[in-house]
Design a protein around this ligand. Structure first.
Ligand code: ATP
Ligand code: MG
Ligand code: MG
Length: 377
């Protein structure tokens, strides 16, 4: 039976889910996205749009009435509203899982309760709590907005006692938590999926390089020892065992200086560090997400070839209309997201650089250096 798919959010992730869904016409007959931006990326590849804010209750009800199954590309949907429309459409991942994950404090508390390693953290209500936390964890530490953060915009690194007031005021009354600063050796992630029947599959561990808190590069596979890979993949599987709900999850982790793993955060959705799967794997994370929420057998997660994903971000000195990039190179798969306006560090597209002639990651990294100067918008 074909289904009508509703997606909360029609940005690049919604766009790539839509493209994957279009290739499964025997399962998905129509895609509708709820997004506040006119002509959002997903509509440019054939999704219908309900033009409204992600948290607009009436719009979410409308989406649920028009859809058989609802999923999301962002974690900031109102989980209570979603819960109330479960009678109209199946929602995956479940509103309960979304509720736990979308609040970083609840998420970390949940993980800690299940003996999954996370950096030390506490809840923050006032500046005294911050000072207490600094005494406990030391300096630096990271003050974080509990909800609605992305691309590091909800983080404030506290480098001295003098930063406390400034950091606290920066968040203007938002709910906060404080976290120990992890002086990590590397950031890594696992893209994991569970289908509605309980089958779980994880993609191999990848390495993530951030620039100003924003993901810049993903290297698949991660350049770590097999011991670290095993540890990280084990923790990802333990996490999947305790988390409920079907769909793809992005599990971000730190590798500490002494090769321990701690989870930074989990995204209850397809994840930027999984974009390499479009070319590196038989099943992309977008198809996998659909397979998961539609209750289909999950696809292969094997990494077929080393691949580097590079994000194309808006240049720091420019805001305005820009000409979309066209980089032509062998073994390079460019994807621009159809956003009309460039802003500093805005995610405008990405490309995957794949190994075809047994090139190693080191070879690909060298090649990347020669392409980078052209990957500027
Ligand atoms: P995303 O776009 O991944 O959703 P976000 O806004 O939710 O980002 P985080 O993932 O919490 O933010 O943090 C962004 C980046 O900041 C991390 O990838 C990491 O590089 C750095 N960071 C976050 N927490 C810590 C920490 N406790 N110690 C050291 N670095 C940290
Ligand atoms: Mg996040
Ligand atoms: Mg993150």
């Amino acid at each position: 039976m074909t289904k009508i798919l509703g997606i909360i959010g029609g940005g690049q992730l919604g766009m790539m889910i839509t493209e994957a869904a279009k290739k499964m016409p025997e399962h998905v007959s129509k895609i509708i996205v709820l997004d506040p931006t006119e002509n959002c990326p997903a509509t440019q590849v054939g999704a219908e749009q309900i033009l409204a804010d992600f948290k607009d209750k009436a719009a979410i009800i409308e989406l649920s009435e028009k859809s058989d199954i609802i999923t999301y590309e962002i974690e900031s949907g109102d989980s209570n509203v979603l819960k109330s429309v479960e009678k109209n459409a199946e929602i995956n991942p479940s509103p309960e899982t979304l509720h736990t994950i979308q609040d970083k404090f609840l998420q970390k508390t949940f993980l800690k309760e299940h003996n999954i390693p996370v950096p030390e953290f506490i809840e923050i209500s006032n500046t005294d709590d911050v000072r207490d936390g600094l005494k406990k964890f030391g300096i630096p530490a990271v003050l974080k907005a509990r909800r609605d953060a992305y691309d590091g915009r909800g983080n404030f690194k506290i480098n001295s006692e003098n930063d406390v007031e400034k950091a606290f005021d920066y968040f203007k009354g938002q709910k906060l938590m404080l976290e120990k600063f992890v002086s990590f050796k590397m950031e890594v992630s696992v893209i994991a999926a569970r289908n509605t029947k309980g089958q779980i599959k994880t993609y191999p561990l990848v390495e993530n390089i951030h620039e100003e808190n924003i993901l810049r590069e993903t290297i698949a596979p991660a350049r770590v020892s097999s011991d670290v890979t095993e540890k990280a993949e084990k923790i990802a599987n333990q996490t999947m065992d305790v988390l409920k709900g079907a769909g793809v999850f992005g599990i971000e982790m730190f590798v500490t200086q002494n090769d321990q793993i701690a989870i930074n955060e989990i995204a209850p959705r397809v994840h930027n560090s999984g974009h390499h799967t479009l070319q590196s794997s038989e099943t992309s994370q977008f198809e996998q997400h659909l397979r998961a929420i539609l209750g289909l057998e999950l696809g292969s997660t094997k990494l077929l070839r080393p691949t580097i994903m590079y994000n194309i971000l808006g240049t720091k000195s420019f805001e305005g209309e820009y000409k979309p990039l066209e980089i032509l190179d062998e073994n390079l798969f460019l994807k621009m997201y159809g956003k009309k306006i460039s802003k500093p560090m805005r995610k405008l597209g990405h490309f995957n650089l794949i190994s075809t002639n047994n090139e190693s990651i080191e070879d690909l990294l060298k090649k990347l250096e020669s392409i980078k100067p052209r990957a500027v918008v």
